[in-house]
Design a protein around this ligand. Structure first.
Ligand SMILES: Nc1ncnc2c1ncn2[C@@H]1O[C@H](COP(=O)(O)OP(=O)(O)O)[C@@H](O)[C@H]1O
Ligand SMILES: [Mg+2]
Length: 237
């Protein structure tokens, strides 16, 4: 059996906590400087169920990308368990991301040519961390839990939006993440399917003790989380 390869300098089960201190994200064009995130100070603790709410263009996705280590800030400090993320090189960061963070997006982002079960297994197969379990078996367990085991071998376009988002959540879970980041996960769903997805994210937080951060522009969606962080024009208010 393969054993889990530990990342250098990180315990296997980390008390996942992210701290952002004086974070700026800026884009410069020829004649102007766009300040997308403007002095963000924020702490996400292990076990939290939090939403980031704000109007379109306020910087929510940019902030989520920084929380998920998909991008680096222009200035400021991001720490994970008191370790300064800027000290990690890109290779270490992608390993950490693969191992500890699951992403869910508005457009599901499934690969059209791969079956449901292949989509879910992908992070465990192509990730740079060996896992101690068979990814396809785990994918099946997740599909069973989410009530769509019969779709295991189907292509994504044969599934409804709500089903596709459940597949995307299963993919986010395949590495047993400490943190799930969901960017407008109900944005392409009707109210009923949206509520099913929000129930599921709530259950993953409550039962599975996964830290969940949900990005949304809708107050009704944000209300479902215990904590709401409001962002306007790149600032937390
Ligand atoms: N790579 C980029 N280059 C230039 N501007 C960007 C880039 N990414 C985002 N922005 C701008 O940053 C602002 C915030 O974007 P975003 O974080 O996607 O907002 P939200 O998710 O809240 O709608 C927008 O004005 C957007 O146009
Ligand atoms: Mg966005």
């Amino acid at each position: 059996m393969k054993t889990l390869k530990l990342l250098p300098d990180l315990p296997m089960v980390i008390p996942f906590m992210i701290r952002l201190q004086h974070i700026f994200k800026e884009y410069e064009t020829e004649d102007e400087k766009l300040i997308v995130l403007n002095d963000i100070n924020l702490e996400i603790k292990k076990g939290e169920f939090t939403s980031i709410i704000g109007p379109s263009g306020s910087g929510k996705s940019t902030l989520m990308h920084l929380l998920g280590m998909l991008d680096r800030p222009s200035r400021g400090k991001i720490s994970i368990n008191d370790k300064d993320v800027s000290k990690f090189d890109d290779n270490e960061i992608s390993k950490m991301r693969n191992r500890f963070v699951g992403f869910v997006f508005q457009q599901f982002n499934l690969i059209p040519k791969l079956s449901v079960i292949e989509n879910i297994s992908l992070p465990a197969i192509y990730g740079r961390t060996n896992v101690a379990y068979d990814p396809k078996n785990k994918a099946k367990e997740l599909l069973k839990r989410f009530g769509i085991l019969d779709k295991a071998n189907a292509l994504p376009n044969k599934l409804s939006g709500g089903q596709q988002q459940r597949v995307a959540i299963a993919r986010a879970l395949i590495m047993n993440p400490n943190l799930i980041l969901a960017d407008e996960p109900t944005g392409n769903l009707d109210t009923k399917n949206g509520n099913t997805i929000l129930d599921l994210l709530g259950e993953l937080n409550k039962k599975d003790k996964i830290t969940v951060v949900l990005v949304t522009h809708e107050a009704d969606v944000a209300k479902r989380t215990k904590r709401q962080i409001k962002i306007v024009d790149g600032r937390i208010i």
